[in-house]
Write a protein of this length. Structure first.
Lengths: 704, 771
């Protein structure tokens, strides 16, 4: 294949990154952007493909005829947010159908912003994902040890299924207590549904997310069923459109687990596609950190700065951190995902005064009406307006000149707001910029602290629309040595790029409940079964069996403590010695995360999960080849402009980023402009291009 | 109070009476302690916002450090809180966990400053520890750790946390002895001691501390975690000072306090002057004693100040119904935090500058040593509910803040399971499903079903699968409970019912602990004619046919569906009832109080609630007066007729025994009419300022009298509440429900539960402008 195509559909833009592997100068990358076109996202998809083909100077059918397409889709997320989802019926163990309404009480607020948690009179629960009359109680019960306490009452179950179908459900979610210990009843229920309605979309919890904890597993299963039918129709429509434009390959879909799955798998488990865009960005960053190490380390925090949110990811020793849950509003659900945390801070965050204090966000002007300077009806000043007023952004060269910024309007609004503090427009802009940078840095600091890391051991990768503007300031605030804008202008389409850099990945786990001393026999049985299932699925995805790499993972905790720690363990046949090595690995990792003496071993250990991940390279993109692709030749500024800061106005050199030669160092203050990315470098920093990426050396002073 | 500062300090010194810092407490700090008081006169607003955010983030990370390192299931349910304080122990920040839990920090730190400033002294690197309820703990199980923050040799501020321990001795494992006659049966009491001196853990004191516990290894882990928490927070605050300058950070802290104070004052100024009072009862001083004891809380608001007292509260007795001053005052600030200072994100310190506490010592809500205190901690919820009822009534007088009020939530029901599993492992753990109680109704909408407690927004319940992994039982159900929220124009959020049966257990017994009257009489109070939420229960059905159900592939949807040899309700305090194979146990967990007259509730909402199973048929017809047609929709004509009949029935209620109409008139003020209650307004009528019904204009009383004087009322059995148990099964005191209506339009404008021998509660007495 000549072209590797990554398409990431976001709320506003559809980004399409196309790698041409047969270009004369190595691998050449181009970004095509088009407006997203909900609800028929496939239209924007094809538009973005066309834009990218143009930039490569190729006709679309020619490009597609020699391409492999990898896709990150937001269809599931969008269906949930817009509530354009299937009508779902739930089958749950009698006595436990109200679990989804309880939402584990205050646990639903865990990831909500602090001001929402504090104002108890305004708290509420969201509308139920399945209305009460579509929740059917099933007579059956499995216990924690997998024993059948009550047999599945099939007559009663058939009647319940028929009632739901009569109520007009489009999809069914099945989630029984302890199905992770024994999935027989869930599987039989699915058969019973198929007897009555063979085409019905059905999810069972033991397959959607086999983790102990019925609430989060049930929500995952329901979410999967809610977006199953819309996802299936989208993928069908997209397949048709792509075929019409000459694409003959199969479609690989990005998953939040951190790799690509085939379209059939995505259609069956669409819950895996939610959040896959930010995850792809993290994968791209991890690959770059591993292969090229711009900035000199593979410990990286990623800051994906968009219009409404900052997405934070952590890469430790070139591996992105994972977590077992994700959230849809107040609904938390189990899904194996990379750990990406969103906070409400971005270019669209609104600057306002409250109680005599200047505040930024969390309210956002979003894409519509957007910042004042976009001239689309925005009336409240935003962070992007502040960036324009401060001179960070060239009003005539924003988005490569495609959007002209009204800087005066932005300055007038900021001046009006700042008057009560005795500040003019520029001072207000500088103040807001300082607050938002500090806010973003605090969110990253808290994330790393919660994960058990010290930010000063990391460098920052800034990408997304605002990555270049904020990265250096955030990294400085965090005491980091360097900030990197990965692959320079590609940072603006980083998620789409990350998709092209992803491997095929299938991760399957079994929830277990074993107390030490552990018996090797059941562990081996789980390993062999998981290995078989993972391999089968990857082969079905089109991966040759001999290209699959398997890795084995376990989760353990101390018997009397709650922290479950995931560890990578050996494969093969386990004996007592291998079991002992697993426990030792766990203890070592526990100590690294929580400190010496934090674990209480005397009461023994508990094994809670076994997981096998299978990966196989698909596109096999060489990061180093991309970086070396196009060398610049202009080491001198293309011009100068006034940039305003806390210490006054400074005439700042503006460089054409794409034309800076590799390795050439530039002293700050400076601004590097690329068509889609602007990089701000303060007076204490220096900047250069390393392996195709912008690397800012912050020269941190050794004090705080 | 007439006592001089010296008398005050002699009496409130933490030995018999609780410690309270006297007016001149700062003069008593040893000269060797150098306070850091420098602060910029004016702080740059941007610096302020940046530092405020960083302090908030540090405080949250402090808590995360504790849960991460401890790994304790107790601390994982967030049964702790942490704060950042100034050098003189004003609370700059608290966190959204159990609100009263760290109320001891400002008290304990001031005690340390007053008593230990010279010897053993307060030095950089020190950490003090304390669980003395007469000084700094809400009960002995919530242990406080406090670390001073020094900048350049001066005491800049403090960081502190308090967290619940597994066990610290006493006659019952776990530290909730319901049969403790006095403190000598309670867990050990430790006044403040310097556990870490200049960065070095005192090994002798650590050993002494751990020696008190049945689970010393587990307590040692939590000790390390709590110490790591304060060390982390202390170092971060110090780094912040290095970066921004200590005087700048101090200025930001002072500004946060000032902002909270100003916000609180601004809101108090919206409320007319007056006296609000609430009476609540606590059952069974010791298991099996069939009496309820009385507590009273009174808030007097004048201008921008509050005086808060507990006059009318019963004297303390043997048993576990007492709470110390620390818990009482912490209950007050906790509810102020969530009701009136949410904009400050739990930075409640500044509000205390506007409060004068006037507790009577030796009473149930301000117990003296050596009263038992550990088992009574659940009464803190009862006290918070009293505060919440009072604050809600105050806030309802001001449209700007009326939307922020919430009716009281449920009292806390805490069953504990103790026994061994079939692998002979001991277990002993509370079922904390009360953390999914319903919340009270609001002025604009219903309470939230199974929301969890208002006073601890993040508290959560665990998954059934998690619990069944840890304890030998099967959850038969955990289901929404109809009628458990109080009825009203806006109804209280419903609670839930949980039923279990032993599975692979060798033995199991149930111990019960309950706050207030949660197992006999009521849960959350209603507001403005909204009804209280009914009491819950602990019910055992012995010798059931459960096995036969299982055998035929069926599960009971309710334990009432089973055949059983015997049905037992346990009292709120009981010390161990066996549960065997085939026996089932159900705990019923309450909802929140209702708001406004139930027959004002929009009839389609009532029909919807009935359709969803949120209310019973009895509530539908008898409380809400709604009649449905054959399709389940509202039969409007029949509903109107029914509601009119209910009003007609109210017209036959007698007048209250008071004769408020003849009270001395309060002169007219010339002000416009204003609402002082959902249904009552103050207005000038004929040269007089009166309280009148806002719906129909009927005169209820003079301005400074209780509006209840002019109402009609009825006194009924508590079982008139749909789904309410009969208090007489556990109490010899007659408990009654009283409802009050306007004699004009018959709107139900108040409802209360009282002991039968009590007079009518005045609820609110406004103070005329001239005083």
């Amino acid at each position: 294949m000549r072209y590797i195509v990554g398409v990431d559909i976001g709320g506003t833009f559809t980004d399409c990154v196309v790698l041409d592997r047969a270009a004369a100068s190595g691998v050449v990358v181009r970004i095509g952007k088009a407006l997203s076109t909900p609800p028929d996202f496939q239209t924007g998809f094809v538009d973005a493909l066309g834009a990218a083909a143009d930039m490569h100077g190729a006709a679309l059918p020619d490009m597609l005829g020699d391409a492999r397409i990898y896709h990150g889709c937001t269809v599931g997320t969008n269906a949930l947010v817009e509530n354009k989802v299937a009508r779902v019926g739930l089958l749950a163990t009698r006595g436990h159908t109200d679990t989804i309404f309880h939402m584990r009480a205050g646990a639903r607020l865990k990831w909500m912003p602090s001001h929402y948690i504090a104002h108890v009179a305004r708290q509420t629960k969201p509308a139920p994902l399945v209305p009460k009359h579509l929740c059917a109680a099933i007579d059956e019960r499995i216990t924690f040890d997998g024993a059948v306490l009550v047999e599945l009452n099939e007559d009663q179950a058939r009647a319940a299924i028929r009632r739901l179908i009569d109520e007009g459900v489009d999809a069914i979610a099945i989630s029984l207590v302890w199905s992770t210990a024994n999935p027989a009843h869930e599987q039989r229920l699915r058969e019973l549904v198929r007897e009555v309605a063979p085409a019905m979309f059905v999810s069972i919890s033991s397959e959607v997310s086999a983790r102990t904890g019925e609430y989060e597993r049930t929500i995952a299963t329901i979410v999967n069923s809610l977006i199953g039918p819309p996802m299936r129709s989208y993928l069908d429509a997209l397949g048709g459109d792509l075929a019409a434009h000459g694409y003959r390959g199969d479609l690989q879909i990005m998953s939040c687990t951190g790799g690509l799955i085939d379209a059939d798998h995505a259609a069956a488990l669409p819950v895996l596609t939610i959040g896959s865009g930010p995850v792809a960005g993290l994968i791209g960053a991890a690959n770059l950190a591993r292969a090229a190490q711009p900035g000199g380390t593979s410990n990286v925090v990623t800051a994906d700065i968009g219009g409404t949110t900052l997405d934070i990811g952590t890469i430790y020793q070139a591996r992105p951190l994972r977590r077992p849950t994700a959230s849809h509003g107040q609904y938390e659900y189990f899904v194996p995902t990379l750990d990406v945390r969103s906070v409400g801070s971005g270019g669209g965050s609104i600057i306002r005064a409250a109680e005599g204090v200047l505040k930024v966000g969390p309210e956002s002007a979003g894409a519509r009406p957007g910042p004042i300077c976009f001239g689309r009806g925005g009336r409240e000043p935003t962070v992007t307006d502040a960036a324009a007023v401060l001179g960070y952004l060239d009003p005539d060269y924003f988005f490569g000149g495609r959007l002209k910024l009204d800087r005066d309007a932005a300055e007038r609004a900021l001046a009006a707001l700042g008057a009560q503090f005795g500040m003019d427009g520029r001072q207000t802009a500088a103040a807001a910029m300082r607050i938002v940078n500090s806010q973003m840095a605090d969110a990253i600091w808290l994330t790393l602290t919660q994960q058990g890391y010290d930010p000063r051991d990391f460098i920052l990768y800034g990408f997304g629309g605002g990555g270049g503007v904020h990265a250096a300031a955030i990294a400085r605030e965090l005491g980091m040595a360097k900030a990197v804008i990965p692959l320079s202008d590609l940072a603006a389409g980083w998620s789409a790029f990350g998709i092209t850099a992803s491997d095929a990945l299938i991760a399957l786990s079994d929830a277990v409940s074993m107390a030490s001393p552990f018996d090797a026999a059941p562990i081996n049985a789980h390993w062999r079964s998981l290995e078989q299932r993972v391999t089968d699925r990857l082969v079905a995805q089109g991966v040759p069996a001999d290209a699959i790499r398997l890795s084995h993972h376990a989760e353990l905790r101390y018997a009397l403590q709650v922290n479950q720690v995931p560890i990578e363990v050996e494969g093969g046949v386990y004996d007592a010695a291998a079991v002992a090595r697993m426990v030792t690995t766990f203890e070592r990792e526990y100590e690294r995360l929580y400190g010496k003496g934090a674990g209480y071993a005397a009461a023994g250990f508990q094994l809670t999960s076994l997981e096998v991940r299978g990966t196989a390279a698909l596109a096999d993109v060489d990061m180093a080849a991309i970086g070396a692709g196009e060398a610049g030749d202009a080491a001198t500024p293309k011009g100068h402009r006034e940039v305003h800061g806390r210490s006054g106005t400074v005439l700042t050199a503006i460089y054409d980023g794409a034309r800076l030669p590799p390795g050439h160092g530039v002293a700050g203050p400076a601004i590097l402009e690329f068509p889609d990315t602007t990089v701000v470098v303060d007076e204490r920093s220096s900047v250069g291009i390393v392996a195709g990426s912008v690397v800012i050396d912050l020269n941190p002073i050794k004090d705080a | 109070m007439a006592t001089t500062a010296t008398d005050f300090e002699k009496q409130w010194n933490g030995r018999v009476q609780s410690y309270r810092p006297g007016p001149g407490w700062k003069r008593r700090i040893a000269p060797g302690v150098t306070m850091h008081t420098e602060a910029l006169d004016a702080i740059d607003p941007v610096d302020f916002e940046v530092i405020r955010q960083k302090l908030w983030t540090i405080n949250i990370a402090h808590g995360d450090t504790i849960t991460r390192i401890s790994g304790s299931p107790v601390l994982a349910t967030l049964d702790f809180n942490m704060s950042i304080l100034t050098e003189d122990a004003e609370v700059v920040l608290n966190a959204p966990y159990v609100q009263f839990l760290n109320a001891g920090a400002p008290l304990g730190i001031r005690y340390i400053l007053e008593n230990y400033g010279d010897r053993p002294g307060i030095d950089d690197g020190d950490i003090y520890c304390c669980n003395d309820p007469w000084i700094a703990a809400c009960h002995q199980m919530d242990v406080m750790f406090a670390a001073p923050v020094f900048i350049d040799g001066k005491l800049f501020g403090w960081v502190a946390n308090a967290g619940h321990q597994y066990d610290l001795g006493g006659i019952v494992p776990g530290g909730w002895p319901q049969n403790a006659e006095d403190v000598y049966s309670d867990p050990v009491v430790l006044p403040p001691f310097k556990l870490v001196a200049k960065g070095e853990m005192r090994k002798d004191l650590e050993a002494l501390y751990l020696r008190q516990s049945r689970l010393p290894d587990m307590v040692a882990l939590d000790l390390r975690a709590q110490i790591a928490g304060v060390v982390f927070a202390r170092d971060q605050v110090r780094e912040l000072c290095t970066r921004f300058g200590a005087a700048t950070v101090k200025a930001a802290m002072r500004a946060m306090l000032d902002q909270a104070q100003a916000n609180f004052r601004r809101k108090l100024a919206l409320i007319p002057d007056g006296v609000w009072s609430e009476t609540r009862y606590v059952d069974e001083p010791l298991p099996g004693i069939r009496n309820a004891q009385r507590t009273q809380l009174t808030v007097t608001k004048r201008g921008d100040r509050l005086k808060i007292d507990n006059a009318g509260t019963d004297a303390q007795t043997l048993g576990t119904n007492g709470i110390p001053y620390c818990t009482w005052s912490g209950s007050i600030t906790g509810i102020i935090s969530i009701s009136m200072l949410f904009e400050q994100l739990f930075a409640y310190g500044g509000s205390e500058r506007q409060i004068d506490y006037d507790p009577t010592p030796g009473t149930l809500t301000c117990v003296n040593h050596p009263g038992a205190t550990s088992g009574g901690i659940l009464h803190a919820v009862t006290m918070m509910n009293a505060v919440q009822a009072i604050l809600s009534r105050m806030m309802a007088t001001a449209p700007e803040i009326k939307g922020d009020l919430v009716a009281p939530t449920a009292d806390f029901a805490l069953p504990v399971l103790v026994g061994t599993n079939d692998r002979d492992q001991f277990f002993g753990q509370a079922i904390l499903d009360s953390f999914a109680c319903g919340s009270g109704a609001r002025s604009f909408g219903d309470g939230v079903d199974t929301s969890g407690p208002t006073y601890s927004p993040l508290s959560m319940i665990l998954n059934v699968e998690q619990l069944e992994q840890w304890y030998p039982m099967v959850y038969l159900y955990r289901k929404d409970d109809a009628d458990s929220g109080g009825a009203g124009k806006w109804r209280g959020g419903n609670g839930l019912r949980t039923a279990i049966t032993p599975y692979r257990a060798r033995s199991m017994s149930i111990v019960t602990n309950t706050g207030g009257q949660g197992a006999t009489t009521q849960n959350g109070q209603g507001l403005f004619g909204g009804l209280p939420s009914p009491a819950g229960h602990y019910r055992i059905r012995r010798g059931t046919d459960l096995t036969a159900w299982f055998g035929r592939g069926a599960l009971p949807g309710d334990i009432a569906d089973l055949d059983a040899d015997e049905t037992i309700n346990l009292s709120g305090k009981s010390n161990g009832t066996d549960l065997g194979t085939g026996d089932v146990f159900e705990v019923r967990i309450g909802g929140g109080g209702g708001y406004g007259d139930p027959i004002e509730r929009d009839a389609p909402l009532v029909a919807r609630d009935f359709g969803l199973g949120a209310i019973s048929a009895a509530a539908l017809g008898d409380v809400y007066g709604v009649v449905l047609d054959e399709h389940g929709g509202v039969d409007a004509a029949a509903t109107d007729a029914r509601r009119q009949a209910m009003r007609d029935a109210r017209a036959r209620w007698p007048h209250t025994p008071w004769d408020g109409h003849n009270g001395a008139p309060v002169p007219a003020t010339g002000e416009a009419p204003r609402l002082v209650h959902e249904y009552v307004q103050a207005a000038d009528r004929g040269g007089e300022r009166v309280l009148e019904c806002a719906n129909c204009g009927e005169r209820l009383s003079a301005y400074d009298q209780s509006f209840k004087t002019g109402t009609l009322y009825v006194e009924e059995k508590v079982t008139a509440l749909p789904g309410a148990p009969d208090p007489a099964q556990f109490l010899d005191d007659a408990m009654v429900l009283r409802r009050y209506c306007c004699p004009g339009c018959k709107t139900q404008i108040a409802a209360e539960i009282a002991r039968g021998d009590e007079g009518i509660f005045p609820e609110m007495r406004l103070i005329p402008p001239e005083g």
